[in-house]
Design a protein around this ligand. Sequence first.
Ligand code: ZN
Ligand code: ZN
Length: 84
Amino acid sequence: MALEIRPNCENCGKPVAAGSAKVYICSFERTYCANCAENKLNMRCAGCGGALVQRPVRSRALLAKYPAANRNGHKPQKAKKIKP
Ligand SMILES: [Zn+2]
Ligand SMILES: [Zn+2]
């Protein structure tokens, strides 16, 4: 099974670029931005406590073939209702 390239930081919800090397994951593929991993979490996963490692970068060609996940680790944002 391919590594799931998640689109958002699990901690702050900030989008992380699929092609960015400054993205960290734990063994359960929880994904964190560099700021959270390095400064807030001290390179430990907030979920399982495991070590965070740099996520391998998936090349553009491979991303076309195996697209990044569009599933968000966070709860899906509810669409804002526009009041009449
Ligand atoms: Zn973050
Ligand atoms: Zn974890």
